[in-house]
Design a protein. Structure first.
Length: 68
């Protein structure tokens, strides 16, 4: 639920931006938190990958960018 809410905020922030520039500042914080989890919940990882990363190329791109 929190994952969906956070990504909805990223979407809304992107739409609210007049240039429709991706809300990477918010998304980068999510990526950082996901990567900080020492033993991530398998359900969380599966949901994030299957529902979002596999479906949206811009999320894949910014995930790799932010993970570096």
């Amino acid at each position: 639920m929190a994952l969906t809410s956070t990504l909805r905020l990223v979407k809304d922030e992107t739409k609210a931006n007049r240039t429709h520039r991706f809300a990477n500042k918010t998304y980068a914080q999510l990526v950082a938190r996901v990567l900080e989890i020492s033993e991530p919940d398998e359900i969380l990882v599966n949901e994030f990958v299957e529902k979002y990363l596999n479906e949206y190329y811009e999320l894949q791109y910014y995930f790799l960018l932010d993970a570096m």
